[in-house]
Design a protein around this ligand. Structure first.
Ligand SMILES: C[S@@+](CC[C@H](N)C(=O)[O-])C[C@H]1O[C@@H](n2cnc3c(N)ncnc32)[C@H](O)[C@@H]1O
Length: 391
């Protein structure tokens, strides 16, 4: 929508008209991927069905939670706790089967996952992160946790993974043949670096959950696999990568209304800049406090014009009249409905991108599986790639 109205051609007119005839709660259901009765039999319903089926990834079967004492999760947020509970049994199983003997947690943050694996599953771990503050907190906290019998060590390593090329020797010590790379929410290219280091050092394998696909370089970071490269891959622009990053967490109707309100104000600002300041390109302005979006449009736009250092003589009344114009309202509604259409494809794009990573690892000599590990409501970036070197 950033290139509206040029991009509107891509959206079938009958889909926009169909959605325009729906109530707010019906649109809320569509946004939640429900094919409601009113759209049954339409080509849009077929599109939704196809998008849903292309994004379905089976749940990981072997991640039966292993109950741990509450103390293990002291200071750990609900989302992180759920993720650790799902990941730890899978890794523990690999250790028991002697497929791995240690873990390197890439982008390990404050190191909760590393700690639980080391303390409760006796797996020596390295929590690697470039953020010194996180590592400092992690080291301090580690001293406060109860020392468990048979606990293995947690080591914190500060490294800007992927850009410290001089650190080959250090990496060779970390990425040993029987070590296993873990990447829980490796932002953008960090996942590619983990994959490539695993291949280069021929380690036992990896378990990776991607996120922040919009920080991938559309030219160099996709596709990775020869299979995609030789089969006419889709070009994933920055917009597609941003769409793949979209959260899929369940929403309440009030979250939906706020999301709509934010977009209406944001797009109205864009339309205003196009009309009165000839600024055709979409300008980054950042979000603001939710309260602002529920106030008058004039307050929002005055604030944003000030931030952009754009001088003007418009009054509050003129700003609000612009927002209330039938023509503006019609355009904003159209943009909103188009968003509801394109958002259907977020998860599909994510799966498309992750399958490329799987194929690449297969081509490089790994057995690979892809599965959903976490509940969507708790952790929307929940697809894990498990790769184990072929012996
Ligand atoms: C989304 S957070 C995930 C943190 C942790 N794995 C978790 O699930 O809570 C990504 C982490 O990766 C770290 N990170 C990002 N790029 C990195 C790089 N190139 N080298 C090392 N750490 C990096 C960040 O500092 C951050 O702690």
């Amino acid at each position: 929508m950033n290139e509206y109205p040029r991009t509107i051609k891509a959206y079938p007119k009958e889909w926009i008209e169909l959605l325009d005839g729906l109530t707010e709660s019906e649109l809320f259901a569509i946004d939640g991927k429900f094919i409601i009765d009113k759209i049954q039999g339409s080509t849009f319903a077929k599109f939704m069905e196809q998008a849903n089926s292309l994004s379905t990834v089976d749940f990981q079967k072997n991640c039966q939670e292993i109950p741990l004492e509450d103390w293990a999760y002291n200071g750990v947020k609900k989302k992180k706790r759920h993720e650790i509970q799902k990941i730890a049994p899978v890794i523990s199983e690999l250790k028991k089967n002697n497929q791995i003997d240690s873990v390197v947690d890439i982008g390990g943050g404050v190191g909760h996952l590393s700690r639980v694996l080391a303390h409760y599953h006796s797996i020596p771990t390295i929590s690697l992160d470039r953020n010194l503050e996180f590592q400092k907190i992690g080291k301090e906290r580690l001293k406060k946790y109860r020392r468990i019998e048979n606990a293995a060590e947690v080591e914190f390593v500060s490294l800007n993974f992927g850009s410290d090329i001089d650190n080959h020797d250090l990496l060779a010590q970390i990425f040993k043949p029987n070590s296993f790379g873990l990447g829980l929410h490796t932002c953008g290219p960090l996942a590619n670096t983990l994959i490539n280091q695993t291949i280069e050092f021929k380690t036992a394998g990896l378990l990776n959950f991607g996120c922040c696909y919009h920080s991938l370089d559309p030219k160099n970071d996709f596709p990775l696999s020869q299979f995609y490269k030789s089969n006419n891959p889709l070009h994933l622009s920055l917009y597609s990568l941003t769409l793949a990053t979209r959260s899929h967490g369940q929403m309440t109707i009030s979250d939906y209304q706020t999301k709509e309100r934010v977009k209406y104000y944001r797009y109205a600002l864009h339309l205003f800049l196009v009309q009165y300041f000839q600024k055709k390109d979409f300008i980054e302005v950042g979000e603001c406090n939710t309260r602002i979006y529920w106030g008058a449009f004039s307050d929002y736009i005055s604030m944003k014009l000030k931030e952009l250092n754009i001088e003007h003589q418009f009054s509050e009344l003129e700003f609000n009249q612009f927002f209330d114009l039938a023509e503006t309202k019609m355009k904003l509604r159209e943009m909103w409905l188009c968003n509801l259409i394109r958002w259907q494809l977020g998860r599909t794009l994510e799966v498309y991108l992750l399958i490329d990573r799987c194929l690449y690892l297969e081509e490089q000599g790994f057995n690979v599986s892809i599965a959903q590990y976490f509940k969507e409501a708790l952790s929307p970036r929940n697809i894990g790639i498990l790769a184990l070197i072929k012996k």
